[in-house]
Design a protein. Structure first.
Ligand SMILES: [Mn+2]
Ligand SMILES: [Mn+2]
Ligand SMILES: [Mn+2]
Ligand SMILES: [Mn+2]
Lengths: 246, 246
DNA sequence: AACATGATTTTGACTACCCAAAAACTCAGG
DNA sequence: CCTGAGTTTTTGGGTAGTCAAAATCATGTT
């Protein structure tokens, strides 16, 4: 006989919750950017094992074993040599973890005055330790916020997520009046750098020029400040166009 | 060769933290009540393995294995067939866990409006997930409180604990003007019952009569309410005598 | 001194992860 | 159709806990 990893009933462990959340984010992430139709194979939303192992931070074989166990408990569909996809049940659980993560981040920034660059690792642990009752108290205290400090949408208790599907700063024509809605990179250095330039959700900004030769995007902030971003950074700042007048 | 459970370097796991905290509480608890000198043997502060297994909630053999590992890492002194005692290093760690536990409880009650009967299990998980930075923010937000919702003293960041050493309600002479300082039973039912009677830390109370034949203690609250407690309950409510005047 | 009782320790086995490296598979190019 | 590079899976082994039950130990009687 060979070894079979088994997930017992009821309560998911922190590890299982993290795997599900990661699968969800990779699934959603690949749908968000410009592939999906551009993808060669028929792998609609399938997350490759190598990719999953990388984002979870484990060796490939570890991810394979875990995904088999998740499949046995009906949380994912697993196609060997192809990838994983969440089942409805798995997605529901993933969204619940994501809700906890983002509400915690928002609470830490809004109430406890922590910096948006440092709350992610904290929430990564707290999301597994907090009860539904406490989560509800936090949600109520914050007044049912829709987004976290990075502009990421907070799933509802019922498991719905707003899909803002905004444009990235790099895709926007010059001159448009914009508002930053979301920042896609959680790394502390990047977040601190953006905050230093005033580029947080809510910031009013206009693309002055996109210099494709130099690979830079020049911005004008509402504070009259000028900021120049590289294309990689400009791809990580999502914006919406602002209504004229107000 | 036989199996040796090993605690690796640096960060203690949640399990290790709970064992240390439990050993500390059993050690301190037995010193607090009326034994110590009344104890037959020379086991000054030694916690028996059976007792430890019971309070941690594991089988006796499990506790033995863990305690050996704790001893190997210098967190406890272990005398086979006699018991365990924390080393200075182990006590420091235990007090840090206890500090996290109690600050979290206080925060949940004061800020998030949870009931004092439900915060204990929540803190039992959160105490292992929270960073020192976040703990400091919580402490600051609360204004450096000295006690948690149950009146238990919060150890300082430096590892000092106030040892109030108050009298229990059952030991107090009738007529004295008293203030409830601490409630020693964390069970939700007990806490809810006491709260219903108005018996929380800060409550002003007087012993009207201690009926030893009936095994009851009759109280008068400052709200003029009369409450009758059994001796077991009266042993769990700690009080201090109030200064005359104010 | 010999027992009986209860507490403690040992043994053997299990769950839930994890990694390194070998084996197997896929797929694009030739 | 074959090959080789890159992925993925399998295999073998390790850590951190845990339990049930057998073996051992300490102690207070007779
Ligand atoms: Mn996590
Ligand atoms: Mn976030
Ligand atoms: Mn705990
Ligand atoms: Mn408490």
């Amino acid at each position: 006989m060979f070894w079979v990893y088994k997930i017992s009933q009821a309560m998911a462990t922190a590890t299982v919750e993290d795997y599900l959340k990661r699968i969800y984010l990779e699934q959603a992430g690949s749908a968000g950017t410009a592939n999906r139709a551009a993808d060669g194979d028929a792998a609609g939303g399938l997350v490759a094992m190598g990719q999953l192992a990388r984002v979870v931070g484990v060796a490939p074989g570890t991810a394979t074993a875990m995904v088999k166990a998740l499949a046995d408990s009906g949380l994912v569909n697993y196609e060997p040599y192809a990838g994983v996809r969440l089942t409805d049940h798995g997605e529901k659980l993933a969204l619940h973890v994501l809700r906890r993560h983002r509400l915690i981040e928002q609470f830490l920034v809004e109430v406890l005055d922590m910096d948006w660059s440092e709350v992610h690792p904290e929430a990564e642990r707290l999301e597994h330790a907090i009860s539904d009752r406490l989560l509800e108290r936090i949600d109520a205290y914050l007044g049912r916020p829709r987004t976290d400090p990075h502009g990421d949408p907070i799933p509802t208790a019922g498991g719905r997520v707003a899909r803002p599907e905004r444009a990235a700063l790099i895709d926007v024509r010059a001159g448009r009046r914009l508002e930053v809605t979301r920042v896609l990179d959680q790394s502390p250095d990047f977040l601190r750098a953006m905050a230093r330039h005033g580029l947080r959700p809510g910031a009013k900004v206009t693309v002055a020029r996109h210099d494709e030769a130099a690979g830079t995007v020049h911005l004008k902030l509402s504070s009259r400040r000028s900021v120049t971003l590289g294309e990689a950074a400009a791809r990580k700042i999502l914006v919406k166009t602002r209504r004229r007048s107000n």
